[in-house]
Design a protein around this ligand. Sequence first.
Ligand code: SF4
Length: 452
Amino acid sequence: MSTITIAPLPPSAKHAPPPAHQETTAGSYFVTNYPPFNFWKPEFVPELLAAIEQPPRAGVPLGLYTHIPFCRKRCHFCYFKVYTDKDSSEIKDYIDAVLKEFALYAAKPFVAGRKPKFIYFGGGTPSYLSSDQLKHLTDGMKRLLPWDAAEEVTFEAEPGTLTDHKLRAIRELGVTRLSLGIEHFDDHILEINGRAHRSKEIARAYSYAREIGFPQINIDLIAGMVEETEDKWKEAVAKALALQPDSLTVYQMEVPYNTGIYQQMKAQGKLVAPVADWETKRRWVDYAFREFEKVGYAVNSTSTVVRDASKVKFLYREGLFSGADLLSVGVASFGHINGVHYQNQADFAPYLDKVHAGELPIFRAYPTQPDERYIREFMLMLKLGANSRSQFAAKFGTDPLEQFAAPLALLKDWGCLTVDGDRIVLTRDALLQVDRLLMEFFKPEHRTSRHV
Ligand code: SF4
């Protein structure tokens, strides 16, 4: 490892850290991609159409993402594109459109015989589909892009949609990683936040899933739902711990503009959401992390602990963060092919119209530049807690200590990170609020919005 170090910044280049968020106000707080979505434009769609005609970049894996936008009811904090009113014939039309969309891509040069390494079913609620609908969908996908080289198939599920029969069917499709959206164990909190399931359904679904033998089960919790209290949070963490999941993901509650909670705030003229403040939510996540660490789990991202870090991988997240090709289909889904980001049509009717016309249903795109890909990967991988200098230098040609000298010096000055030989490591406190620090890595022209 070279002897480059982080040089202290001259006083003129220093500035104070962005102020910590206090109360939870409306808006999106988490950095999930780069450049920010407001720079993705319909006029860049031809760049995506050109990218899919090119062969893949050497050594880049291929992943698939299928968006299932249906739910039993809409949670009050939900900001996804979901539908609660579609009947079975509309759902069948949607599945057929998704398969048609895969077919449009499958013969393109960017696939070039590659088989998907990882596959992800997200939503919405993929487990809202019946066993027959799921079989129809996945049989069609496998015919177009065989799954025999897939090392991970992740499937998001809502506990109340899972019967023993359906869980067996899901496992038989080839799902290796079941992700259960539990969010909380307290029936009153589940109800007041608009969740469709209750604690009894969690217990039943979890024990079926364990019995069936999914190789990995992840459970999701949300810290800071409406009416959360210190005691209820501690109870939720204890119940999660008792399940001994392979991994636990804890989200800090945010209240974007397109949520039911925000609509209510607006109607009541309130600026502050009726949920815990950010300091409390961070403390609750930290509490969950520490309780799991006591029994041997390891923190491996800003929101995740895993039972056995040597065995429990999450290839979808790794691929997504490190610039893998992600062939993403379905309404409003986000993908990335040969260096170009894209998002599909965000509403049902235009999505179906485009696919029925034999066209790709892409709404907007962004062709990334090499320096933007470096920023994106470095920032997203930092959300896992530490980055390897040598790995980034080998991939992008420059040591991150040189490439990001100024932002790294600032974060070091603020006490957020240390450099330990090859590793650039975030402190626990910085990891739990990493999103507010990441804008320091943005190119100046992209620092226009907090909402990324
Ligand atoms: S289950 Fe998930 S996707 Fe569906 S409404 Fe609730 S938060 Fe949204």
